[in-house]
Design a protein around this ligand. Structure first.
Ligand code: ADE
Length: 271
């Protein structure tokens, strides 16, 4: 049976349940900011062992795939029983899978607004497709999400990634909410500029002069230029996607200087 929550449910900003055959894999959620958020009651987090809902002597959760092929598939009846107990009508079911939509900062922001999330961690070749289909047909929200174009052994690590990205957006989890504003994958559509701290000189490398100048406008311009140059070098796809109405004269000049020109749609493309 599921582990009993330590506090009455419904008082936290967000309730998260994780169902997995390896509940110990989720132990890192007790650490750091996410752990603190759970301790302080901002986050109501419960991890469940899927095998608690298996009914046979061996606590089987998987079987061979219909139609043949390698590997095993997780049984819908076991997942159905687990979700019948864990999934409340207000909860979004999150299924981490490499064949899902890409999990991005925008998706993290959407999930952080939900009252409750249930992460269903698949192993092997995944969960029988009828589980997601059944919950959608019943009017539930199901998000099948991939954290990137690579294959993990199961959904546990992907759930850790998504839970950390979502939890830090909850009001009160990050001490200084300002730090959420300028970071990479924020609204600006650019990667974050490089950052420096003391000492001002280290290993023969000096912190850029302008950052020591106290001149706020110059610092802001310098940071924006470095953010644009970094994005050009590392994520040209993000430059292509920039909203042209967000670009000032200096941004445009910098982009042009790096061989990016505005097209008919106003967006910048590599010349
Ligand atoms: N399970 C296995 N690989 C995954 C991925 N890339 N994203 C989410 N869940 C997964």
């Amino acid at each position: 049976m599921p582990t009993a929550p330590t506090r009455p449910r419904g008082v936290a900003e967000l309730r998260i349940d994780v169902v997995s055959i390896f509940p110990d894999y989720l132990a890192p959620l007790e650490l750091s900011l996410v752990g603190k958020a759970a301790q302080s009651g901002l986050l109501d987090l419960t991890v469940h062992d899927l095998r608690s809902w298996a009914t046979d002597r061996h606590r089987t959760v998987d079987d061979t795939p219909f139609g043949g092929g390698a590997g095993m598939v997780m049984r819908p009846d076991v997942w159905g029983a687990a979700l019948a107990d864990v999934l409340t009508p207000d909860a979004t079911l999150v299924v981490p899978t490499p064949s899902g939509e890409t999990f991005t900062q925008r998706v993290a922001e959407q999930l952080a607004l939900e009252p409750a999330l249930v992460f269903a961690c698949g192993r092997y070749e995944g969960i029988d497709a009828r589980v997601a289909e059944h919950h959608r047909a019943a009017g539930g929200t199901v998000r099948e999400l991939s954290i990137g174009d690579y294959v993990l052994n199961g959904g546990e690590v992907a759930s850790l990634v998504m839970i950390e990205a979502v939890a830090r957006l909850l009001p009160g989890v990050i001490g200084n909410p300002e730090s959420l504003v300028e970071e990479s994958h924020g609204e600006a559509g650019l990667l974050e500029y490089p950052v420096y701290t003391k000492p001002p000189s280290w290993q023969g490398l000096d912190v850029p002069e302008v950052l020591l100048s106290g001149h706020h406008a110059k610092i802001a311009r310098w940071r924006r230029n470095r953010a644009i140059e970094r994005t050009i070098a590392r994520r040209p796809d993000m430059i292509e996607a920039l909203d042209p109405s967000m670009l000032d004269k200096a941004d445009r000049a910098l982009l042009t200087g790096h061989g990016w020109l505005p097209g008919e749609d106003g967006r910048f493309h590599q010349a």
